[in-house]
Ligand binder design. Structure first.
Ligand code: HEC
Ligand code: HEC
Length: 269
């Protein structure tokens, strides 16, 4: 056997080994760990049919008008519209929903799309519970092919969790503010500490002023004062507690306060 035919046999052997490995990977029985880029994650969990059906019904009611009755999305969904926004994408295998981990998808459903790109994806935080959004996500998952489903499961399991500023801010609030402003910021646990939620005027203050009140305190004629937290809370913690307070406001209040931030002036009474 000459050198060339030996090389040929080695090359064919290599190809057939590669094919065997690939086929073994594709036909891996469900219930096997998912391995991508050398990182193994547990097997893809089985979806609960009842939950998928509930997700399908919620989807038809809340999402189908934009994303299509059959998850097909807008026809030209990758092309930006004249206002800079993107049309609704498909949520099946042909879209890119499956490129994202669960946490990000649930976050988009909760908060809506990115307002800085003029997104038309509405927030559902006041219309659907987290459980209902997760059911809709399970409905999407039931429509993905095996590879899309495995990839999305893998990226969900390996995604670095991004800490939720609102949840962190809620903790700061519970330990430093709730005793005067109330457990849910409803106010008046101690007079005259006002409500910081949607019911009073906290949203009349731009960010710089909220930071200032919390850092330096706020003078009151009453015996109970708003204490200064400079030295007790880091600037980051003050930012987090403000993120929590803002999450309690209505959309209109948040928008109005954001507008105030841009102009950095107090609202005209
Ligand atoms: C008023 C139209 C509209 C409705 C109703 C709507 N969406 Fe959207 N959605 C959009 C648009 C437009 C985008 C693209 C936004 C962008 O990227 O700026 C989008 C994007 C998304 C994305 C991000 C996909 C990705 O890959 O980045 C998810 C997830 C999503 N929508 C889920 C839902 C769900 C679930 C519902 C129903 C509960 C819903 N949408 C209802 C218009 C809508
Ligand atoms: C000892 C009780 C007390 C604690 C603790 C406290 N506050 Fe206050 N806070 C007050 C009082 C009293 C006022 C009203 C001051 C005044 O008369 O304007 C106030 C006012 C405020 C205001 C201004 C609201 C407005 O609409 O004018 C903000 C914002 C605020 N507090 C945030 C916080 C945050 C955030 C914390 C925790 C980091 C906190 N407070 C902890 C007593 C407290």
């Amino acid at each position: 056997m000459n050198r060339q035919s030996r090389l040929w046999i080695v090359a064919r052997l290599t190809v057939s080994i590669m094919l065997t490995v690939l086929l073994a990977r594709c036909s891996a029985p469900s219930g096997a760990p998912v391995v991508i880029n050398g990182t193994a994650v547990p097997p893809v969990p089985t979806l609960d049919p009842g939950r998928v059906a509930r997700g399908a019904a919620l989807y038809a009611q809340h999402c189908a008008a934009c994303h299509g009755a059959n998850l097909e999305g807008a026809s030209d969904w990758k092309k930006r519209l004249p206002d800079g926004s993107l049309p609704p994408p498909p949520h099946g295998s042909s879209g890119h929903t499956w490129h994202h981990p669960d946490a990000l998808l649930l976050n988009i459903m909760t908060q809506g799309g990115d307002p800085t790109s003029n997104s038309k994806m509405p927030p559902f935080r006041d219309k659907l519970t987290q459980e209902e959004m997760a059911a809709i996500l399970d409905f999407f998952k039931s429509r993905w092919g095996k590879q899309e489903r495995e990839f999305q499961w893998w990226i969900t399991m390996t995604a670095i969790p991004t800490p939720d500023p609102v949840a962190l801010g809620r903790e700061v609030f519970a330990s430093h503010c709730a005793r005067c402003h109330g457990a849910q910021a409803e106010g008046h646990a101690v007079e005259p500490a006002p409500a910081l939620d949607a019911s009073e005027h906290a949203w009349h203050h731009p960010d710089w002023q909220l930071h200032q009140f919390i850092r330096d305190g706020k003078y009151s004629l009453s015996p109970v004062q708003m204490p200064a937290f400079a030295g007790k809370l880091s600037d980051e913690q003050v930012g987090l507690v403000i993120a929590y307070i803002k999450s309690l406001w209505t959309d209109e209040q948040r928008l109005s306060q954001e507008d105030m931030n841009q102009r950095s002036v107090l609202p005209t009474p």
